[in-house]
Write a protein that binds this ligand. Structure first.
Ligand code: 2PG
Ligand code: MG
Length: 417
């Protein structure tokens, strides 16, 4: 009774890039849930379609009534039923009729409403009493590629992870210190740097990939020495964005270098060794399962090799990756697949096969904090959600609150690398 849905409200709100996105309220007899959908800039081609033609306005003017009339009277607690109905309303494989972003916002808001009906936080409603581990934050420091201007580095994300931190507060402040130090180091190299940032709050400087790598490594070491916390560099190549299909080469515009697949693999391995990278995401383009498998075999024991655009949080695609040994970690973005049920299925499959689930934000975000709860509920050892900026700290600060609430909270077990 408490969890029966009484109303569903849909509205257009701003995302962090100033674009419209969707926010949904689900109201039950005894509870309330609100969630908003994020959006990507470097999206995988196999992701579900974010919005139908006509965008958020079409959802509000034409689809809101359809969705709410189907959901009112349903039990919010039965998440799988709700997700099934949403997929049925859409009726397509890629969710292009009502949009994956519409569906993900309703799916998450319904789960939050069910949790709230029982007076439980979402992480506890989904994860139960044994969900006590807090993920390590993988923080974005320097932005390049599709997330920054054309003079910024080609590699999309220079990240760090404070793997020696003993709690989440220590971890997020270690990241923010590295972020501040990196600005000083950029400024020393380029006195004209104005402090510009990219989409995810990392600095967007006019420097080369190698200069960025050097700065990243130095900041990790210096802040590591000052705080006594081991901090390791990491990268998201978002290599699909670099891949030129015609030439079959990865194009590094900034350096005027092109690398074929073999050269790209050697380059990635060299960076892992030189900079002691902890985590590398999308080092190869989204269709190169073979290349992912080779890299994982050759260096996956020294560095986490994570697939984002290649798997798009889709368990069917992940299955193929597992069979081939492509990657040993997977980015989990609920809006790549559309529903919480399917997100969970992918996480479960990943864990059963020793793939590390890394719950992640998108480059276009809102102040929605749901993914902080999902990371704890799923016992994901890593969350990738920026380091600073309102829409990024919404998740990080929520993790601080969650840690405080859980009596036996401890940092996740990170795999050794
Ligand atoms: O590539 C990525 O991992 C993401 C988030 O960092 O970017 P986007 O949301 O643009 O796909
Ligand atoms: Mg990525």
């Amino acid at each position: 009774m408490e969890t029966v849905i009484e109303d569903v409200r849909v509205r257009k709100i701003l995302d962090s890039r100033g674009n419209p996105t969707i926010e949904v309220d689900v109201i039950t007899w005894n509870g309330f849930g609100r969630a908003a959908a994020p959006s990507g800039a470097s999206t995988g081609t196999r992701e579900v379609v974010a919005f139908p033609e006509g965008g958020v306005d079409k959802v509000i003017s034409e689809l809101e009534d359809v969705i709410s009339s189907e959901l009112i009277g349903m039990d919010a607690e039965y998440l799988e039923d709700i997700d099934l109905i949403l997929k049925e309303i859409d009726g397509t494989e890629n969710l292009s009729n009502i949009g994956g972003n519409t569906i993900v916002a309703v799916s998450m808001a319904a789960a939050k409403a069910a949790a709230s009906s029982y007076n439980l936080p979402l992480y506890k409603f989904l994860g139960g009493n044994f969900a006590t581990s807090i993920p390590y934050p993988l923080g974005n420091m320097i932005n390049g590629g599709a997330h920054a201007g054309k003079h910024a580095p080609d590699i999309q994300e220079f990240l760090v992870i404070p793997k020696g931190a003993s709690d989440i507060q220590e971890a997020v402040f270690a990241n923010s210190k590295v972020h501040a130090r990196i600005r000083e180091l950029i400024q020393a190299k380029d006195p004209e740097f104005t402090g510009g940032k990219g989409d995810e709050g990392g600095w967007a400087p006019k420097i080369s990939n190698y200069e960025a790598l050097e700065i990243q490594a130095r900041a990790c070491e210096e802040i590591g020495d000052e705080t006594g916390i081991e901090i390791r560099p990491s990268l998201d190549f978002a290599a699909t964005e670099l891949w030129n299909l015609k030439e079959e080469k990865y194009v590094y515009r900034r350096e005027n270098i092109k690398r074929d697949t073999g050269e790209q693999i050697e380059f990635v391995k060299e960076l892992i060794k030189t900079y002691k990278m902890f985590f590398i995401e999308d080092p190869l383009h989204e269709s190169d399962f073979q290349g992912f498998a080779q890299l994982t075999k050759e260096i996956g024991d020294k560095c986490i090799i994570c697939g984002d655009d290649i798997f798009v949080t889709n368990y069917k695609i992940l299955k193929k990756g597992i069979e081939m040994g492509a990657a040993n970690a997977i980015i989990i973005k609920p809006n790549q697949i559309g529903t919480l049920t399917d997100t969970y299925k992918t996480v479960k499959l990943a864990k059963e096969n020793n793939y590390i689930p890394v719950v992640s934000h998108r480059s276009g975000e809102t102040t929605d904090e749901t993914i902080a709860h999902l990371a704890v509920a799923f016992s994901a050892p890593i969350i990738k959600t920026g380091a600073i900026g309102g829409e990024r700290i919404a998740k990080l600060n929520e993790l601080i609150r969650i840690q405080e609430e859980i009596p036996y909270a401890r940092m996740a077990n990170l795999p050794e690398r």
